[in-house]
Design a protein. Structure first.
Length: 286
């Protein structure tokens, strides 16, 4: 049974999970950005995994690059497809959105998993080493169950423990889901400060890179340009220049070796990347 595990990752959380699952199901590990130059992505494998982080739950949670990826999929009508969504605070709509996208390509999302991982935007109270390790432990405790779920082609949903809200998480999801639309205007209003025009979410989010800048610690190493999954950063006069088609994955921010990249959106954010992921892994060198 051939398997392909596609992933998108900024801090390495989703890469670490995708790598673990690929090993457990004997699947090929494929970074989503590596196939995006194709107009169509023909799937030959019998089992397909899609692993990604939740971004902006009020607008369905699925990163824009993952949406574009799914819209290019061909030949998925008879595939066993599963999705793994990593999240920092909550994940309510992302897998529902992924399911709709897959259905639009005549496929079916057979299994859905959510995994609580360290947030890429959290401050020291929510993103300290002790809490991070607890999240890793929860994943390690559930990894075999999820991989067996996939290996037996079981259909259904499974959420790992949410360490922030505990047992109240299920209740919060039930309350929050029908009210999600109420938060859309405030989210879009926040994004609009980076544009002089009224644009939809899909066009507004890529302009969030206007929040980035560098300070005197920047040495022009170019890591930010190389690690950007959508080639949004060019080096100009030995400094990064953002090109306004950003995913706001924060890879440039979190992987800068000198912590020289700043953002007006991240004034209290702890710099973080998954401890088992190296920059060479993110760059696809291994």
């Amino acid at each position: 049974m051939s398997s392909e595990i596609y992933y998108f990752s900024g801090t390495g959380n989703s890469l670490a999970l995708a790598r673990d699952i690929a090993q457990k199901v004997d699947g090929e590990l494929i970074p989503i950005p590596s196939v995006m130059d194709s107009d169509k992505i023909n799937i030959e494998a019998e089992v397909v995994g899609i692993v990604f982080p939740t971004y902006y739950e009020t607008y369905d949670g699925v990163p824009l690059i993952v949406r574009r990826f799914v819209k290019k999929l061909e030949n998925i009508g008879n595939k066993y497809i599963f999705g793994i969504c990593t999240y920092g605070g909550a994940s309510v709509t992302a897998l529902k959105c992924l399911n709709k996208l897959i259905k639009s390509r005549d496929g079916k999302l057979s299994a859905e998993f959510t995994v609580n991982m360290p947030s890429n935007m959290a401050g020291p109270n929510l993103n300290n080493p002790e809490k991070q390790q607890k999240m890793f432990d929860v994943w390690n405790e559930n990894m075999d169950y999820i991989s067996e779920f996939v290996n037996t082609r079981k259909e259904g949903k499974f959420d790992t423990q949410n360490l922030l809200f505990g047992r109240a998480y299920i209740l919060l999801k039930l309350i929050y889901t029908p009210l999600m639309f109420l938060f859309k205007p405030s989210t879009l209003k926040h994004l609009k400060k980076y544009s002089s025009e009224s644009l939809p979410y899909e066009e507004q989010l890529p302009l969030m890179d206007k929040s980035f800048s560098t300070d005197e610690k920047c040495v022009g190493c170019g890591n930010c340009s190389r690690i950007c999954p959508v080639n949004n950063i060019k080096m100009v006069d030995n400094k990064p220049s953002w090109q306004h088609h950003c995913e706001f994955c924060l890879a440039c921010f979190h992987w800068c070796p000198k912590a020289a990249i700043k953002s007006s959106e991240l004034t209290n954010t702890i710099r973080y990347h998954h401890p088992d992921v190296k920059i060479s892994d993110m760059l696809g060198e291994n």
